[in-house]
Design a protein around this ligand. Structure first.
Ligand SMILES: [Zn+2]
Length: 357
């Protein structure tokens, strides 16, 4: 991996990703894959909370929903020459598939998704992979299955077992002759124009706030906040949304409101204010939204008793609404009643009023 001479951040970041003024982080691939930085604990808080709420494990649903997204990773992010070696009825030569697999895993490590090593690989039949420091084993398993199905043009069954404190063994076994039908690929999205200003490295274009705040340990495949030590992961937004869509199909639309509550609780309990030299206190508490790709907090209006926050292009409206309220509660040490509405596509308004006690 090459690093930027100016800011020291891995060079591929600046090459593949663009931090826009709309509060989004977009890949330069055909799909304009959008990424968002989330806390790894936030993800497990969400998945565990949902699982408790519906009183059953949800790993299989997460994994299945992630599979198509995983496949899309390969299609849009891998150099053409790697994916265009023999496919279809001809078995792909093992070294080629291993090469593609390792390239993918390296890329995932750079996003903070942990490290993976292919232990066994039998073209068209079976693969065994060791995952260390994975951000979410169900998501990684889905990615792995998607990639394997794409490369081998077969259907696979996937299972995993815990092999250590931060280790899993993943097994992919052929279960059918044809890969699952691809869900329709969405065209690149349009975003609402925002007003985020991010000072960027003159050499690689990565915002200085990223290099100042995030530490990448490529060997471990982890990203951590340099000041708080909190582990984060850069997740494709479509991953998150595909999983949430699958879960709400299964458990009902009210799941999204439940997600809002979970996010709110997580941030109320875990928000760590970072001192940045900004005049407005309220602006400061939401200032990481832009570089994390959460959305663009474009307007903050102090009402007589509370606060109104407008966020453009939220990566998931309910998750962002919960985050906004939870951070406000944590930083003001008050309980609030909040109402969130998407007043037009891509424009989320959250109104918060203190609850009188
Ligand atoms: Zn740089």
């Amino acid at each position: 991996m090459k690093y930027c001479k100016e800011c020291g951040f891995p060079a591929p970041y600046g090459k593949f990703l663009e931090w826009t003024s709309d509060g989004t982080i977009l890949g330069n691939d055909e799909m304009r894959t959008r990424l968002v930085y989330l806390d790894v604990d936030e993800l497990s808080h969400l998945f565990n909370g949902i699982s408790k709420w519906v009183e059953r494990p949800i790993d299989k649903i997460i994994c299945q929903a992630e599979k198509t997204v995983g496949r899309r990773f390969v299609e849009t992010l891998l150099p053409g020459f790697l994916t265009k070696i023999p496919k279809g009825r001809f078995a792909r030569p093992e070294p080629g598939a291993k090469l593609v697999g390792n390239y993918m895993f390296n890329y995932m490590g750079g996003l903070g998704m942990g490290r993976a090593v292919i232990l066994q690989y039998q073209s068209g039949k079976y693969a065994k992979v060791k995952i260390t420091n994975g951000h979410s084993i169900a998501l990684i398993a889905g990615d792995g299955a998607g990639v394997f199905e794409y490369l081998e043009r077969i259907r696979v069954h996937i299972s995993w077992v815990k092999a250590g404190s931060e280790q899993y063994i993943l097994e992919l076994t052929k279960s059918g002759d044809e890969a699952e039908k691809e869900t329709e690929i969405q065209p690149a999205k349009e975003y609402v124009k925002g007003n985020a200003e991010l000072e960027k490295c003159p050499s690689c274009g990565v915002p200085l706030l990223i290099t100042r705040n995030i530490y990448l340990n490529l060997e471990k495949g982890t990203l951590r906040h340099k000041i708080t030590g909190v582990r984060v992961v850069a997740l494709p937004v479509e991953s998150f949304n595909a999983v949430m869509r699958a879960l709400s199909r299964e458990f009902g639309e009210e799941l999204n409101d439940f997600v809002e509550g979970l996010e709110r609780k997580y941030f109320r309990e875990n928000f760590v204010p970072i001192k940045e030299d900004q005049g407005n206190k309220h602006e400061a508490i939401y200032s990481d939204f832009n570089w994390k790709g959460i959305g663009n907090p474009s307007g903050l209006v102090q009402t007589s008793t509370g606060l109104e926050v407008t966020v453009l292009n939220p990566f998931h409206p309910q998750a962002v609404a919960g985050r906004v309220a939870g951070i406000y509660e944590a930083s003001t040490n008050t309980a609030v009643r909040s109402t969130a509405n998407e007043i037009s596509p891509g424009v989320l308004k959250v109104v918060m009023e203190p609850v009188s006690r």
